[in-house]
Ligand binder design. Sequence first.
Ligand code: 0O2
Length: 210
Amino acid sequence: VVSEEAMRSIRSFIATENLYLSATREIATKFENLNNDLKYSSERNPIHQIQTRVKTPMSIFKKLERRGFELTSESARKNLTDIAGVRVICSYLNDIYLISDMLLSQTDITLVRTSDYIKNPKPNGYRSLHHIVTVPVFLSKSVETVHVEIQIRTIAMDFWATLEHQLSYKLADRETMSIANNIKACAEEIADIDMRMQNLYNIINPPSNP
Ligand code: 0O2
């Protein structure tokens, strides 16, 4: 027999998870709409792919514990801003800022914090543009303001981040320095290729005169 209290906490957890799922859908739809509009208005297709995810309960639990917060869904909502995540993978470097500015100018989006790891890459070579935003989610009886972490990067940055994530996970201590330096060197070569591809795009598609 499940107690009343356990049932309440299960219901509250499901409602919280659903809220964050809804928030990722709101943001993903905004990016899809921008991409489609640009396709028809300017024959541009800046977004290659959109991925969404909601942090698993175990990962939420571990992060709350690591940071010394209370282990409840209310505490997670209050203290964590990356439960809902949307990753936007763009074709070219300039597309990142184009699509980012378009999203942030929407009146229902509030920017909480930006980390530009493209202008200031992480020491290991990681590059992406990160925003924490809030978006309203309209429910049956209320409107909830929900935090979403948005990561915008090029296909090349995504290639590096995906492989780096797998490689670093398995990195043994004795090999750490030389492999980490190698991984960083790859990030720099990839950043150079991103710039070369952008230059090629600019040559093939010169800005039209007004
Ligand atoms: P997952 O599974 O992708 O969610 P925090 O989020 O608390 O660790 P901060 O400073 O708020 O710290 O976040 P940060 O570092 O700006 O961005 C965190 C997310 O960016 C990570 O989420 C990764 O998705 C990505 N990220 C940041 N640094 C790296 C990196 O060096 N390599 C790779 N591959 N990804 C990175 P999570 O929670 O770690 O994982």
